[in-house]
Design a protein around this ligand. Structure first.
Ligand SMILES: *Cc1c(COP(=O)(O)O)cnc(C)c1O
Length: 429
């Protein structure tokens, strides 16, 4: 299937990027479990190595199963091209590796996945890539953080902790004014609930590990080039894209590859040299997950709304933060950014505090106590006693992980069974 532009989301989720296998006729995308690919002759090899022809050389850089996954994700996000890699974190790493030089800055909204906060604060320091923090819910804090060294802005669409909705359109206006790309981590929303490109994102990043794979069985990540940012306009910045490339005979990637230059640069420089390739079997499993994304995401959101409503009325529950609940601080933004639903992940607080959180997490039977989201199964975590255990009380509260906080990732089981499990665990408090 090559012409995808007129097709609707549910159709793209099943068909985009794929075609029956040209050799065997296999209808499902085969798992091309091979490290390398035979060249037609030495001229063909030279063309592939010089980026004069598209084709497969070695699975660290491209693989046909990976390519179908990339076509699928790019189509779902409305981008020009995508790059699939081993994890969400490696996708983030390759994005910044492509954009930044030592001493460059980027602004990130502090309402962020904990792992991203660590990556930005600690590992990026080794490259002298400097994160400047802003408040995801207040676009003016991004505007104030802009400096002559700012090279990008990074936010989540539906953001951690606990699913707050970010006004990416307002933050995109700040990025456009500053002449820098807006990167949106769309993991919690998935392209079914929110398409960041429609609100001005230039690059979208995913942990495919979560809702796109959706079954809690494979790690993967992707970056999407929305094709919207003009790299060549800013000559002195983004050297990987605008300067003659010594490893490709002086080719200027931004010039030759136009509106897909970012995705291609991330592959032919970042993935080539850093190496976090996705395994073909994981690409296959994530692709299978993507086929049912619209069905699953709607059910995740509907179930989560029902659970949030139930908890809101429960006498042992102090508060519920779910963007889909009328009156929630994110409710109006959710109607603009992700009107079909507010996703599966949210937090609530127990009147009984820390002890109640520990007890609840261990009394649930259908929910699994673990540090992940976006599984078919319902998941729970009590951050204060687990993921945020090492922090002080003060730090935990600042991170949205106070002693009373419980986080749920509501699964695809029957809504009545999910609520019954919470009911019995709350009764036990
Ligand atoms: C899990 C997650 C990541 C990191 O993805 P991995 O696949 O675990 O590397 C990044 N952002 C968000 C919002 C996530 O939930």
């Amino acid at each position: 299937m090559s012409e995808t532009s007129d097709l609707k989301f549910a159709t793209l989720a099943i068909h985009a990027g794929a075609a029956p296998d040209p050799v065997t006729g296999a209808r499902a995308t085969p798992i091309y479990q091979t490290t390398s690919f035979v060249f037609q002759d030495t001229d063909h090899a030279a063309q592939l190595f010089g980026l004069q022809a598209f084709g497969n050389i070695y699975t660290r850089i491209t693989n046909p199963t990976q390519a179908v996954l990339e076509g699928r994700i790019a189509a779902l996000e409305g981008g020009t091209a995508a790059l699939a890699v081993a994890s969400g974190h490696s996708a983030q790493f390759l994005i910044f590796h492509t954009l930044l030089e030592p001493g460059d800055e980027f602004i990130a909204g502090s309402q962020l996945y904990g792992g991203s906060i660590n990556q930005f604060n600690h590992s990026f320091k080794k490259f002298d890539w400097r994160v400047v923090w802003a408040n995801s819910l207040d676009p003016s804090t991004f505007e104030r953080a802009i400096t002559p060294r700012t090279r990008a802005i990074f936010v989540e669409s539906i953001a951690n902790p606990g699913g707050v909705v970010v006004d990416i359109e307002a933050i995109s206006a700040v990025a456009k004014k500053a002449g820098v790309p807006l990167i949106v981590d769309n993991t919690l929303a998935s392209p079914y609930l929110c398409r960041p490109k429609d609100f001005g994102a230039d690059i979208v990043v995913h942990s495919l590990t979560k809702f796109i794979g959706g079954h809690g069985n494979s790690m993967g990540g992707a970056l999407v080039d929305c094709g919207t940012f003009d790299w060549m306009k800013s000559k002195h910045r983004y050297r990987t894209l605008v300067e003659p490339n010594a490893s490709y005979s002086g080719m200027v990637l931004g010039e030759v590859f136009g509106n897909m230059a970012f995705a291609i640069a991330a592959r032919v420089m970042g993935l080539r040299d850093i190496g976090p390739a996705i395994s073909p079997i994981n690409a296959f499993l994530l692709l299978t997950g993507a086929e049912t994304l619209p069905l699953r995401m709607q059910r995740h959101s509907d179930n989560a709304l029902a659970v949030a409503r139930y908890l809101q009325d429960h006498p042992k529950v102090a508060w519920v933060n779910y963007a889909g609940l009328p009156g929630d601080a994110s409710y109006e933004r959710h109607k603009k950014i992700c009107p079909k639903g507010a996703g599966a992940v949210f937090t609530f607080g127990l009147k009984g505090g820390y002890e109640a959180g520990v007890k609840l997490a261990s009394s649930l039977k259908l929910f699994s106590l673990l540090a992940n989201i976006g599984d078919t199964r319902s998941l729970v975590i009590h951050p204060a006693s687990t993921t945020h255990r090492q922090l002080t009380d003060e730090q935990r509260i600042a991170a949205g992980a106070g002693p009373d906080v419980v986080r749920l990732s509501v699964g695809l089981e029957d809504e009545a069974d999910i609520i019954a499990d919470l009911a019995q665990a709350l009764d036990a408090l």
